[in-house]
Design a protein around this ligand. Structure first.
Ligand code: SF4
Length: 263
């Protein structure tokens, strides 16, 4: 997708869902939060658990399936299908989104996606509006391929950057942007890697070394769509984290709700 293309107006956001839950991943796991999930992503990871935010046509589906073939992934999970964009991505005015977030009356906001920085102009306007109403702790989840604008840097309290490894199937041309790593490294950012196998650990190490990411900023999390896989891979990964001095993250939402949406 050409990320310069807008498919919504400057005073609106393309929203997938807004809900209240507890943070399920990363260093704030367990903290109550309001979640703003924005639609559309510039990457197309085959294991993405929010495909309903971006997989909107047959061409995209074929692209993902071709990538899976190329990297030798044989996985038939049922969420790999085309979603209806009109149903899944609602264009909401900034004032509407602001009202919905304030209604949850929670000082912790998690902005996720899709890739939220695709909509950072509108997001800046929303966050400025929110901060005028009350102070929020804002966590923003990003795939780390889009540089944040200066205006948003002052508002976001914590960046959860999730670089995509080779097994995600995007090709390094799309998912590794050195200038973005350098930018995020200077911020309050944690680098959260999704790990499925030993090979992914090797790829992760390469990135950690290449960009000199401090150990206490590295978070490893198992790729899993059910609690059995989460446990199996979690055991292997937590032991690895212990040896390396990294943080381990589970996926609380999988343990509590399976793969259900809006939880
Ligand atoms: S970058 Fe994140 S939201 Fe985008 S496809 Fe990959 S896992 Fe899904």
């Amino acid at each position: 997708m050409d990320i310069s293309q807008r498919d919504h107006s400057a005073d609106s956001l393309l929203v997938s869902e807004i809900f209240s839950s507890v943070q399920g991943e990363g260093i704030n796991t367990g903290r109550p939060a309001t979640f703003l999930r924005l639609a559309v992503c510039n990457l197309h990871c085959w294991y993405c658990d929010t495909k309903y935010t971006w997989l909107f046509n047959e061409q995209m589906l074929a692209q993902v399936q071709n990538e899976m073939k190329r990297i030798g992934i044989n996985d038939t999970r049922p969420d790999l299908r085309v979603y209806d964009k009109n149903e899944e991505a609602k264009e909401l005015s900034i004032s509407d989104v602001l009202k919905q977030i304030l209604a949850f009356d929670c000082p912790h906001l998690v902005i996720t996606g899709g890739e939220p920085l695709l909509q950072q102009d509108s997001l800046c306007a929303l966050l400025e509006g929110l901060m005028r109403e009350r102070r929020f702790f804002v966590e923003l989840e990003t795939n780390g391929t889009i540089k944040p604008r200066k205006e948003i840097l002052d508002i976001v309290s914590q960046w959860n950057v999730s670089p995509k490894l080779a097994f995600a199937g995007n090709g390094s041309y799309a998912s590794e942007k050195p200038e973005c790593f350098e930018t995020f490294k200077k911020l309050n950012a944690y680098f959260k890697f999704v790990i499925q196998s030993e090979k992914d650990l090797k790829d992760c190490e390469e990135i950690v070394q290449k960009y000199s990411i401090p150990k206490n900023k590295v978070v490893l999390m198992p790729e899993a769509i059910n609690s059995r896989l989460l446990e199996e891979r979690g055991r292997m990964l937590s032991s690895y984290c212990k040896d390396k001095g990294y943080k381990f993250s589970t996926r609380l939402q999988i343990l509590l709700y399976g793969n259900a949406r809006g939880k």
